[in-house]
Design a protein around this ligand. Structure first.
Ligand SMILES: Nc1ncnc2c1ncn2[C@@H]1O[C@H](COP(=O)(O)OP(=O)(O)OP(=O)(O)O)[C@@H](O)[C@H]1O
Ligand SMILES: [Mg+2]
Length: 499
């Protein structure tokens, strides 16, 4: 009474062998491989009520079933027609690695079986003849182990997903912090600087070429670095090259590299900045100073992303972001024929114009305090601030050297401050001391809608207080303000100022 293995095989549910999810109520699939029909039939009788049983008389047919059906447990005889049971189970692992494997054994060649069990290839063996109840129990346990393993795999992958999400979030937060840090070093709250920050923020994440213009000391360098360090190339290098500092050939070899013997003194091959900065940023400082030949080469990098080292006949592709800066008026240079128009347009895909400090005077107090703190700390002093009069002079001064000049002025003041704890007018450099406050009256600081009388009173109040603080007496304050002492007295009373 041979069973019909082929019929049974086709009675299984559909689904791929990798199908890990077993919806509620769907029974586990079991594959039994044995060349003795009686054994297949008997095991099928034992298990068929609870599971979807597939049977196969040979290893080859068993593997074919594994390919086509979801199977959670494989039971194989130890000896099969064309391969051993161990061999069959090894091959079963390749098709369905998660299925639990059990071995039927008629005789006790426990040695090889034990090895297979110990190496984890086989879950357990069933010895012939068997007790149906014992087989059912063993199969139930094996499938519980299978379910647990499946659940673990799912948990592990859910965990891995969650970890990945967390990692991505962390990375994002870190980026934000770094970006803020990069931007934070640039001080400014004037509308002009806020516009600069806005543009920087927008371009940082892109690869767009940026041209930074502005007078000397306005922070072009700082902005170039911040763009690199807040963008996606920040883990790569930021390499700066001052285009005005080198003679033509040397600049060319710095930027593009050279082959051995390309020119006298080129003893070895050298890579240029554009190659060294691979996937990073090259900062071309003072790009307005470049000669026509160099301008052509730069155009080639920007246009085709290609460089040719000096002395070489091959071109190489480079992946760099270019940020350039100049304190010249490049548009004028173009009109006057000193700068290539095509290069100009390639460079200024995005232009960031840093306004001179005298056009954003409201940033001066912020900058001055920050430099004061830094210098005091550096020199171990404890200078806490400026008198209003000193600050007024600084705000009124024209700062042709811009932020750099302000930074230097404060460093100098702190170095010469002795034990003073406040910077007063007489501690400032002579030319700054001479700056006439409000020679260039600024009304942009006033709250909108303020009447003229209120504004004048506010100004008087401030000037009087400053003068008294500065001179230490009403008589001298009146002198400094150029009003008779009695008038000062009356004015103070009217303005609600106590002596
Ligand atoms: N907004 C700012 N906040 C803080 N420090 C600034 C700011 N702008 C400039 N600085 C400081 O001023 C000095 C000059 O800045 P930077 O070197 O960036 O100017 P630059 O425009 O590149 O000048 P140059 O044209 O002379 O090369 C630096 O020490 C820089 O840190
Ligand atoms: Mg610079």
């Amino acid at each position: 009474m041979a069973p019909e293995p082929a019929d049974r095989q086709s009675s299984s549910i559909d689904g791929s062998p990798e199908d890990a999810l077993r919806p509620e109520g769907v029974r586990h699939g079991i594959l039994i491989v044995d060349d003795e029909p009686a054994i297949l039939e008997s095991l099928e009788l034992t298990l068929g009520g609870d599971y979807v049983v597939h049977t196969a008389p040979s290893g080859e047919e068993g593997l074919a079933i594994l390919e086509a059906h979801p199977v959670a447990l494989v039971i194989s005889d130890q000896v099969l027609p064309s391969m051993s049971g161990v061999e069959f189970l090894e091959r079963a692992i390749e098709i369905n690695p998660r299925a639990i494997r059990m071995m039927l054994t008629g005789y006790a060649d426990i040695g090889s079986l034990a090895r297979a069990i110990n190496s984890g290839r086989i879950y357990r063996y069933i010895s012939k003849p068997w007790e149906p109840d014992e087989v059912r129990l063993n199969v139930r346990r094996a499938l519980e182990a299978y379910d647990l393993a499946t659940e673990n795999t799912q948990l592990a992958s859910a965990l891995a997903d969650a970890n990945e999400r967390l990692r991505a979030e962390n990375l994002y937060l870190r980026r934000e912090v770094e970006r803020k840090y990069a931007f934070d070093r640039i001080i400014g709250s004037s509308p002009a600087m806020n516009r600069v920050f806005e543009v920087m923020e927008k371009v940082a994440e892109t690869d767009a070429t940026v041209l930074i213009t502005g007078e000397t000391g306005t922070g072009k360098d700082l902005v170039a670095r911040a763009i690199h360090y807040s963008g996606r190339r920040k883990d790569r290098r930021f390499l700066a090259q001052n285009c005005a500092s080198l003679p033509d050939t040397l600049l060319e070899s710095e930027l593009f590299g050279h082959t051995r013997g390309a020119f006298t003194g080129a003893h070895a091959e050298k890579k240029g900045l554009f190659e060294v900065a691979h996937r990073g940023t090259v900062f071309l400082d003072e790009v307005g100073e470049t000669h026509p030949g160099m301008q052509v080469r730069l155009l080639r990098v920007l246009q085709d992303g290609e460089i040719r080292p000096l002395g070489s006949s091959d071109t190489r592709r480079v992946d760099v972001r270019i940020v350039a800066a100049t304190n010249r008026d490049l548009r004028k240079e173009v009109t006057e024929g000193r700068f290539r128009e095509d290069l100009y347009y390639r460079l200024r895909v995005v232009e960031i114009e840093l306004p001179p400090l005298r056009d954003r005077r409201s940033d001066i107090p912020l900058l001055a305090h920050s430099f004061l703190d830094a210098s005091s700390q550096k020199m171990g002093r404890d200078i806490r601030g400026f008198t209003n009069a000193a600050m007024d002079r600084m705000v009124s001064y024209s700062w042709s050297g811009n932020v750099r000049e302000l930074e230097n002025e404060i460093e100098r003041t702190v170095a010469l401050a002795g034990d003073a704890d406040t910077v007063t007018v007489d501690m400032l450099s002579e030319h700054i001391r001479g700056a006439i406050p409000d020679a260039d009256p600024r009304v942009d600081d006033l709250p909108p809608g303020m009447t003229m009388n209120a504004a004048v009173d506010a100004l008087k109040r401030r000037m009087i207080l400053d003068a008294i603080q500065e001179t230490g007496s009403k008589t001298r304050a009146a002198e400094q303000l150029g009003v008779p002492r009695q008038s000062l007295q009356k004015m103070m009373k009217r303005l609600g100022l106590k002596a």
